[in-house]
Design a protein around this ligand. Structure first.
Ligand code: HEC
Ligand code: HEC
Length: 246
């Protein structure tokens, strides 16, 4: 388990103990008789702090989940996708559904206030510096073997040749091919991270950090291929022991 999945396990435990954040956990009964959360709150900082900060970080970064205060992420995803994911959650991950229609506790107006609030607080018009963004979702099928080939120039310098990470920088970044990590992240989640990067911690966005002599951005196909390669490391029983190195 890498640091990130461990952090998640702790957060999920705390949120479940507090009765929130585990609405769609398999086998959990639906929460009932919850103290009514005021439907009237439309203030973005208040909504964000109460519902999102535990996982996405106090100011939209440095949390266990993907940073939302990332102008490249916001420009790529756009209002509609952000609103949709906030309302419906991401099944199979710790991102809970917040919209009432999906079993959450926020009204449509509150979801809209959150999506608009993130965009107006954290966007930067110059985020893409004129570059055409990659599509948020890809229509292309990825091929694992091609993904492994693209991983080498674009990712291996920091994540190790096989994605298992390096111990050089205090163990961070940890393994991104560990089934325990992959069990907690969706394919779209991986795609979003690869496109948007992690501002401030050295992970570049899709425009990549190849040396100037052959600098170029990744293509939609390359990102789809790398996601397919990472996803090919998922196992049916992620908690089971498995060999560290084949
Ligand atoms: C220059 C170094 C660097 C390069 C190049 C890089 N990354 Fe990263 N990556 C990082 C760092 C550092 C983190 C940890 C960020 C954090 O947790 O704040 C990270 C985090 C990640 C994560 C999230 C891991 C987690 O625990 O949530 C994924 C997935 C990922 N990188 C995939 C990739 C892929 C795929 C590529 C190539 C397309 C790539 N990275 C290129 C440095 C890099
Ligand atoms: C219990 C932890 C948790 C909480 C609370 C939480 N999130 Fe998330 N969120 C996640 C995780 C984990 C993901 C990545 C899911 C995946 O792998 O696709 C995510 C993904 C997202 C994404 C989509 C990122 C992408 O790939 O496009 C958005 C948007 C988002 N969250 C918004 C919010 C907002 C807004 C709130 C508060 C209303 C919130 N989240 C609260 C854990 C959480």
């Amino acid at each position: 388990m890498n640091v990130r999945s461990l952090t998640f396990a702790v957060i999920a435990g705390c949120l479940c103990a507090a009765g929130i954040g585990c609405m769609n956990a398999p086998g959990k009964p639906k929460l009932q008789a919850e103290a009514a959360r005021p439907n009237e709150v439309l203030d973005f900082p208040a909504l964000y702090k109460q519902n999102c900060a535990a996982c996405h970080g106090e100011s939209g970064k440095n949390g266990a989940a993907i940073p939302l205060a990332n102008p490249v992420y916001l420009a790529t995803a756009g209002f509609e996708n952000i609103r949709r994911v906030t309302a419906a959650g991401v099944p199979g991950t710790l991102m809970p559904p917040f919209g009432k229609k999906a079993g959450g506790m926020l009204t449509d107006a509150q979801i809209t206030a959150l999506a608009q609030g993130m965009i107006s607080a954290w966007s930067r018009p110059s985020a893409l510096a004129g570059a055409a963004p990659l599509p948020y979702q890809s229509q292309l099928a990825g091929t694992p073997a091609q993904g492994q080939a693209a991983f080498t120039p674009f990712c291996a310098s920091c994540h190790g040749a096989n994605g298992t990470g390096s111990t050089a920088h205090g163990g961070q970044p940890g393994s991104i091919v560990d089934p325990a990590y992959l069990a907690l992240v969706s394919d779209q989640g991986l795609r979003s991270i690869i496109i948007a990067g992690f501002p401030g911690s050295g992970m570049p966005d899709w425009r990549s950090d190849l040396p100037t002599s052959h600098a170029r951005a990744m293509t939609d196909q390359e990102v789809a291929d790398i996601v397919a390669w990472l996803a090919s490391h998922r196992t049916a029983t992620p908690g089971q022991p498995y060999p560290q190195h084949p």
